[in-house]
Design a binder for this molecule. Structure first.
Ligand SMILES: [Zn+2]
Length: 64
């Protein structure tokens, strides 16, 4: 899970390139913001990772 928490704000962060979305004040708003931006959360052996829309496309290409 890569929503970083600073005091009362949550910042969705791409684990791959470090891109960030604007701060949200509610965890679920941050999750919504990721969905609306086309980001994806993927669970692997290390836990949850977030990919921004661009990194998600690259990941798809890599898998082919
Ligand atoms: Zn990214």
């Amino acid at each position: 899970m890569s929503i970083e928490r600073f005091c009362d704000t949550y910042t969705p962060t791409c684990d791959y390139c470090g891109a960030e979305l604007p701060d949200e004040f509610d965890f679920y708003d941050a999750v919504d913001a990721k969905k609306q931006a086309g980001w994806h959360s993927v669970k692997d052996e290390y836990g949850w990772s977030d990919y921004c829309d661009e990194c998600w496309l690259e990941r798809c290409w890599d898998n082919e």
